[in-house]
Design a binder for this molecule. Structure first.
Ligand SMILES: [Zn+2]
Length: 373
């Protein structure tokens, strides 16, 4: 059977909705069929999403034998279609663009990696190729976490290097910011405000909030908190909070504040988090820290150099947005390299440039041939 074009394969996936709040089973079935039809070994991992209760599927495909190799990492879920505003799940080609939900982020790029891997004959491979399509990239990273923790194919062997095929206009990205969530909770006593018997957790947390406002000024002005590899070079420190909808005539019994910042490779992120946590503990609040170190691959590494050669780009860059490279990057040196512009992702009228989409198949195939054959 001849291979479909990248437009045809992308369109097939766009037509099968896989919005993160729903199951991605149907699109995963189509992805799996393609791999089976084209002689890949396929591992299918499933789980039930802890919040929405939906069945989720990760597909990992492998071709070729041996150690190391090359990996391509994508996700099969999308943000909501907003179908009341456009025909999100009816792919359309117009003005050298492919329109549809996921065309850019990232069913188009996923299809390109699948076709590139399918085009390389397994008899020519000295090292294996892996292509992965996860669930829930847009919804908690549960898919990628399962792949890293449970995949038997990866337990046997991780590739030497790989690509996260998120849209980068085909410019290799060597680093992006991560994120730290410092979750601070103050407890008060609920009572009707007419009685003077309550203790408002909002008043309890107020002095801490004032300190956070001062800390924000330091983050914006002191070099130790900045990383000049990025634009902006600052950590995006943000503060949101809830008193869980406390009524105006009741003292709040619980206030939770989320003091979040973006981690960067040139900053001691643990120390930044500690500045926040120590102040919260000083007031006796509960504190929980979650989050990720930034994604960083040395610009001198083999995978960055190879992708610069293959794309013809003069240098690799950084971006402010995050990807699954935060998780895979702990296992394998990666670049982010994909067709399309991130500005198109998540929009009504999402599209991917057809020239870039088609060129990405050639780039991925060349990466495979250079490293694996
Ligand atoms: Zn994406």
């Amino acid at each position: 059977m001849p291979l479909p074009s990248v437009i045809e394969l992308s369109s097939e996936f766009i037509k099968i909705p896989s919005v993160s709040r729903d199951s991605n089973k149907a699109v995963s079935d189509a992805i799996q069929s393609f791999f089976v039809d084209n002689g890949f070994e396929v591992e299918r991992l499933e789980y039930i999403h802890p919040e929405d209760g939906q069945q989720k599927v990760n597909i990992i495909a492998k071709k070729g034998q041996g150690k190391g190799g090359f990996g391509f990492f994508s996700h099969s879920d999308t943000v909501p279609g907003a179908e009341d505003q456009w025909a999100a799940f009816e792919p359309k080609v117009k003005d050298s663009k492919l329109f549809g939900r996921g065309s850019c982020d990232m069913k188009g790029p996923l299809a390109a990696t699948m076709l590139a891997a399918a085009k390389v004959d397994s008899s020519s491979l000295k090292k294996p190729i892996y292509v992965v399509a996860t669930a829930d990239e847009e919804h908690g990273f549960y898919g990628v976490k399962q792949v890293v923790a449970e995949s038997k194919l990866f337990a046997e062997n991780w590739p030497d290097m790989g690509v996260v095929a998120e849209p980068s206009e085909l410019v290799p990205i060597y680093s992006h910011k991560g994120g730290y969530w410092n979750i601070v909770t103050a407890h008060g006593v609920a009572a009707h405000s007419s009685t003077d018997k309550g203790i408002s957790s909002n008043f309890l947390i107020a002095p801490f909030l004032a300190e956070m406002a001062e800390l924000k000024k330091r983050f914006m002005t002191e070099e130790q908190f900045m990383d000049k590899q990025f634009s902006p070079a600052t950590n995006g420190f943000n503060l949101t909070m809830t008193d869980y909808g406390c009524a105006g005539n009741v003292t709040a019994s619980k206030t939770t504040c989320f003091a979040n910042f973006r981690s960067m490779p040139g900053v001691d992120n643990k120390a930044v988090s500690k500045l926040i946590v120590d102040r919260a503990k000083h007031y006796g609040f509960d504190v929980e820290v979650q989050g990720h170190e930034p994604f960083y691959t040395s610009p001198e590494s083999e995978v960055v150099k190879l992708s610069l050669e293959v794309t013809g780009e003069p240098k690799s860059i950084t971006v402010p947005y995050g990807t699954e490279a935060l998780v895979y990057g702990q296992k394998v040196p990666l670049v982010i390299l994909g067709p399309g512009n991130i500005e198109q992702a998540h929009t009504v009228g999402e599209w991917v440039d057809l020239g870039q989409l088609e060129r990405s198949v050639d780039i991925y195939e060349t990466l495979i041939r250079r490293h694996c054959t």
